[in-house]
Design a protein around this ligand. Structure first.
Ligand code: UD1
Length: 360
């Protein structure tokens, strides 16, 4: 059996790492890895392949950055060629990026079964690029691997019944697998912060960083947070966010925060472990904060990880600086972490078994 796996953006490298390892360990199938090239900077791509020990991709599409149409179309065209050449039994895609949608479309048009890892996640606004990618990919897929019962139910509600299974979150597998390498002390020393006295913040969503007013409000909120709480805000800057800060002349304001370059997986998890709490609009980091036992303010109007909002472990905060400050009060409320929202760390194994069962 031959399976092609497609990655292209940071969270997909993390998910692939675990699946790739499990496939190699069990000799489950002939695994062909494709990198779309949507993320291409060394600190957005190579660092993940190196530290997560992901084998070099068999194909690199080199799509780079561009408009949504340009990147999605480049993946579609590139993947069609790869799928023609490789003739796989299935294509695995992850999450919600333009890479995900381009790959799913190429395979579906060729009649190749698509397995979607992280299926059934929905969040508002409906016109968010990632939401369009998620919904469309789910409806093109034949095997749908859900992180939770809620995600499975979402697919049932949309009339998708066949091929839907709860496998748990593969990002939890990765977290458990690499937990012994996390080193908060070293990363804190490197960035001149003291464990327990800082907050990790990240943002990259279009509605947070492409609009000058929204970005300014968030940065203002983080600066105020520093002043009010004596906590330092450490902000690993996504290249898209850095470009916006430059474009809107917001760099001087944001330099009051501790701005650092994007981090690889192990360094970011180490930084989170040493932090007081997390503020983010990243889908992956919301869950990773939970795995690390850190509460999280989610600067989004909605999130797909509703279990974490329902347990009040994470707090939803539409992007306004004032609201970020108000929500911090809520973080002082003592909470018992409810374990097991996203499986037990064996998602990779479940996905592999499911795919084998579905295809043979
Ligand atoms: C993408 C995904 C998002 C995911 C995120 C993880 C889509 C629509 N969005 O968002 O779901 O959560 O990845 O990080 O696919 N850039 C660089 N170097 C790079 C990569 C990007 O400079 O290596 C800059 C470019 O200016 C680019 C911009 O960042 O235009 C945005 O990159 P893009 O891949 O389009 O979207 P992300 O914001 O990274």
């Amino acid at each position: 059996m031959k399976v092609v796996s497609l990655v292209g953006a940071r969270p997909q490298f993390v998910k692939e790492a675990m699946l790739n390892l499990s496939v190699r360990k069990t000799n489950a199938w002939n695994h062909i890895l494709v990198h779309s090239g949507q993320h291409y900077d060394a600190n957005m791509s190579d660092v993940f392949f190196d530290e997560l020990k992901i084998p070099s991709p068999d194909h690199y599409l080199g799509v780079g950055s561009g408009s949504h149409a340009e990147t999605t179309a480049a993946v579609l065209v590139g993947m069609e060629k790869v799928l023609f050449a490789e003739k796989p039994d299935a294509l695995i895609v992850y999450g919600d990026t333009n890479t995900t949608l381009g790959g799913a479309l190429a395979a579906a048009k060729l009649g190749i079964p698509v397995a979607h890892v992280e299926a059934g996640i929905r969040m508002l606004p409906r016109n968010m690029p990632e939401e369009i990618n998620r919904v469309t990919t789910d409806h093109l897929s034949t095997v749908l691997c859900c992180c939770s019962e809620a995600a499975q139910q979402t697919l049932f509600n949309e009339g998708i019944h066949s091929g839907v299974h709860v496998c748990g979150d593969i990002m939890y597998d990765v977290y458990l697998h690499l937990e012994h390498l996390f080193d908060p002390k070293s990363i804190c020393e490197k960035n001149n912060v003291v464990p327990g006295t800082y907050v990790v913040a990240t943002m990259h969503r279009n509605y947070n960083v492409d609009d000058k007013q929204s970005l300014k409000e968030i940065i203002n909120g983080l600066v105020q947070l520093q002043e009010m709480t004596n906590l330092r805000v450490v902000l690993p800057l996504h290249p898209r966010t850095r470009k916006s800060l430059e474009k809107y002349s917001l760099l001087p304001l944001s330099e009051q925060l501790c701005l650092i370059n994007p981090l690889g997986y192990i360094e970011l998890m180490s930084l989170v472990l040493g932090s007081k709490f997390v503020i983010t609009d990243s889908g992956g980091l919301q869950k990773e904060a939970y795995y690390a036992g850190k509460r999280c303010i989610v600067i989004m109007p909605d999130t797909g990880w509703r279990e974490l909002i329902a347990t009040e472990w994470n707090i939803l905060c539409p992007s306004s600086g004032k609201m970020i400050i108000q929500q911090i009060e809520l973080l002082n409320k003592p909470l018992k972490k409810s374990f097991g929202c996203y499986g037990s760390g064996d998602a990779a194994e479940k996905i592999i078994n499911l795919l084998i069962r579905s295809l043979t």
